[in-house]
Ligand binder design. Structure first.
Ligand code: ADP
Length: 170
């Protein structure tokens, strides 16, 4: 089982084995955390992404980190929230699962996730946090996982879900 901690800050500054990018299907950059990652990694990241032929919602693909302090970027495509009846929960869980599958395959030890789908894609934060925590804790990846939230309020939401999950397991 992976070790999970919750932090708050700019994911592009983290010197971990991989940061996860909340990308869109094109994998060619966008706003929010995706834009920040491409800006910090430099144009070689865009060039590698061009070779990947996009990515389906709920799936993940890895690249190098280029100018980032992180060695790799695992790009995952979160679902757009459409009210909750379009398989959004399962697709979001699949983002965390497939990103950690790649981390395990690449034998990585430290991975940081942003709060996937909760920005422009409008996924409700409480539900997103519950799904993220549950999926990360259940995954066989045995390295360290950090949820890197972007605001103190988001940090509190994820921390509360993690504390609840831990108390249920004890
Ligand atoms: P999505 O399209 O998947 O909703 P966004 O990038 O719009 O992706 O938002 C996802 C989350 O990433 C939001 O909670 C947003 O506040 C956060 N975020 C934006 N920039 C950064 C950053 N530099 N580091 C960490 N999190 C970030």
């Amino acid at each position: 089982m992976s070790k999970l901690t919750i932090s708050c800050g700019d994911i592009t500054r983290l010197a971990v084995d991989a940061i996860v990018n909340a990308a869109n299907c094109s994998l060619l950059g966008g706003g929010g955390v995706d834009g920040a990652i491409h800006k910090a990694a430099g144009k070689q990241l865009f060039e590698e992404c061009l070779q990947l032929d996009g990515c389906a919602t709920g799936q993940s693909k890895a690249t190098k980190g280029y100018l980032l302090p992180a060695k790799h970027v695992i790009h995952t495509v979160g679902p757009i929230w459409r009210g909750g009846h379009a398989n959004e929960a399962e697709l979001l869980a699949s983002c965390y699962r497939t990103a950690l599958d790649i981390a395990k395959e690449l034998n990585l030890k430290t991975v940081a996730f942003p709060s996937i789908s909760t920005g422009a894609y409008r996924f409700p934060k409480e539900l997103a946090a519950e799904i993220a925590v549950k999926t990360i804790l259940e995954h066989p990846f045995d390295g360290e996982v950090q949820m890197c939230t972007f605001s103190p309020t988001d940090k509190e939401i994820y921390q509360k879900k993690l504390d609840e999950a831990r108390s249920q397991n004890n």
